[in-house]
Design a protein around this ligand. Structure first.
Ligand SMILES: [Zn+2]
Length: 405
C-alpha cells in the first residue's frame, strides 16, 4: 500500500510545470544574477582569507569561483526541453569550477543528487514488513572542531553504524545526506536518511548511534559528552507517507527527499564560517561523501545509470525542472577531451605558476571549456535560445537553421 502511494507521489512530482511565462523568465534571470553576486562575494572573501594565511590553493580556488560566477559564464535559456518534449526555462554555467563553495556548482550537485535519489526510489520495491522511514542522526556540537573534522567524524560514525548487526538486520537500503549548520557553539552536523526498513526501535537506534559517535570521536582523540536527558545522542525516526497529513510522526516523500539532498544548497552557511575554516574547505581535495545511496538502493541506481546514459550527461541545470534533470559537472581538474591526460591539473598549476601566468592559463582553460559547452548545448537543445549575463546570445542548431532561412 505504502509503496503504491510512493510511486504515485513520484509521478506527480516529475510533472514539469508550465514555466514559459513572464514571472518564470524573471525568476530565471533573478537566479542567474543572484548566483553571480554570491559567487563574486565568496571569491572576494576567500581571496582576502587566502592572502592572510598564504594559501595558494585557496587563492586559486577563489579565482576559479570568480571565473565560474562571471557574467560571461552564467547563462539563462528559454525553450529547453526534457525527455518528454516539455519546454522550460533554465539557468546554468558554461564552464564549472566544481567548488563546494560555489553556488552554481553546488546547485548542480544538488540536482544530480535529487535525480539519483528519485531514480533509486522509483525502482525500489518494499518487501513484506518493510516501510520507508525518515531518520535523523545528530551529533553534539564540539567547540573548536573545524567543519572538516566534524564531517570526517560523522562519516566515520556512519560507516561504523552501517556494519552493526542491529542496522544490517533492520535496514535494507536507503539514501543519506549530511547537513550542517553553524551555531555559536560550533558546527551542528547531522545525517538525514531515507531508508527502506523493518521496524526500528528508537531506543536501540539511539544507543547504537551513540556508541558509534563515541567510538568515532575517540579515534579522533576526544571523549565526547552527551548533554541530553538520556545521556545519549538525539535521533529521530518517522514514517514516510505519500502525502503529509499534518501528522507529527510522519513526513511526506517529497519532504524526505528534500532533506536528504539539500545539504549543498545552503551555501549561505558559508557566511557564518570563520575565515580559516573557509580556507580549509577550499583546500580539501577529496570530500567526504555527503550524499550517497546505500544497500539495495545503490544497486538500483547503478542499473538505471547503464540504461539511461544520455540522461546522465545532459548539460543543463534548469531551476524549474522538478524531476531533478541533472547535468554532469566536470571536476575542475578534468581535462578537456583533446588535452593530454598527463597535462598538469589546474590544482597543480595554481600552486606552481606565478600569479600572472596562473591567471592567464585559468582564463584560457575556462574560455576553451565555454566554447566546448556552447557547442554541446546547441546540439542538446536544438530549439533553445541561450543568453549569458554578459549579453552573449547563442541558439540551438535547429533554431539557428530556422532563423537563417
Ligand atoms: Zn562553480
Amino acid at each position: 500500500m505504502t509503496q503504491r502511494f510512493i510511486a504515485r507521489s513520484l509521478r506527480i512530482s516529475t510533472d514539469v510545470p508550465n514555466v514559459n511565462n513572464k514571472s518564470s523568465a524573471r525568476g530565471v534571470d533573478g537566479v542567474a544574477r543572484y548566483r553571480c553576486a554570491r559567487g563574486e562575494a565568496i571569491a572576494r572573501r576567500l581571496t582576502i582569507a587566502a592572502h592572510a594565511c598564504g594559501s595558494s590553493v585557496a587563492l586559486g580556488v577563489a579565482d576559479m569561483i570568480r571565473e565560474c560566477s562571471s557574467p560571461s559564464n552564467v547563462w539563462t535559456a528559454t525553450d529547453l526541453h526534457n525527455a518528454d518534449g516539455e519546454a522550460f526555462d533554465g539557468v546554468g554555467t558554461l564552464a564549472s569550477c566544481g567548488s563546494r563553495l560555489c553556488l552554481s556548482c553546488a546547485a548542480a550537485l544538488c540536482r544530480r543528487s535529487r535525480r539519483r535519489a528519485r531514480v533509486g526510489l522509483a525502482g525500489f520495491s518494499l518487501r513484506s514488513g518493510e516501510l520507508f522511514r525518515f531518520i535523523t542522526l545528530t551529533m553534539p556540537t564540539v567547540p573548536d572542531a573545524s567543519l572538516i573534522d566534524t564531517l570526517r567524524v560523522i562519516q566515520r560514525a556512519w560507516s561504523l553504524l552501517r556494519k552493526r548487526k542491529f542496522w544490517l538486520t533492520c535496514v535494507r537500503g536507503g539514501i543519506k545526506g549530511v547537513e550542517f549548520t553553524v551555531t555559536a557553539n560550533g558546527y551542528h552536523t547531522h545525517i538525514h536518511l531515507l531508508v527502506a526498513s523493518k521496524w526500528i526501535k528508537h531506543a536501540t537506534l539511539r544507543s547504537e548511534w551513540t556508541h558509534c559517535l563515541r567510538a568515532a570521536w575517540r579515534e579522533h582523540g576526544l571523549d565526547i559528552v552527551f548533554d541530553t536527558p538520556s545521556g545519549e545522542a538525539i535521533v529521530d525516526v518517522r514514517l514516510i507517507r505519500a502525502k503529509h497529513r499534518g501528522s507529527s510522526v510522519a513526513v511526506s516523500i517529497e519532504s524526505a527527499l528534500e532533506e536528504v539532498t539539500k545539504y549543498v544548497t545552503k551555501t549561505e552557511s558559508w557566511d557564518a564560517l570563520p575565515d580559516a575554516h573557509l580556507v580549509e574547505i577550499a583546500e580539501v581535495k577529496r570530500w567526504q561523501r555527503l550524499f550517497e545511496m546505500f544497500g539495495d538502493m545503490r544497486a538500483r541506481v547503478g542499473a538505471e545509470k547503464v540504461a539511461q546514459p544520455e540522461r546522465a550527461t545532459a548539460s543543463v541545470h534548469a531551476i524549474n525542472l522538478s524531476d531533478g534533470d541533472q547535468l554532469r559537472i566536470p571536476y575542475p581538474e578534468q581535462p578537456i577531451k583533446h588535452r593530454s591526460a598527463s597535462a598538469p591539473t589546474l590544482r597543480t598549476l595554481m600552486v606552481t605558476l606565478d600569479r600572472p601566468a596562473w591567471l592567464k592559463i585559468l582564463a584560457a582553460r575556462f574560455s576553451e571549456r565555454r566554447e566546448h559547452r556552447r557547442t554541446s548545448l546547441r546540439q542538446l537543445y536544438p530549439y533553445a535560445r541561450f543568453a549569458t549575463l554578459s549579453g552573449d546570445v547563442f541558439v540551438g542548431t535547429e533554431l539557428r537553421s530556422t532563423l537563417a532561412a
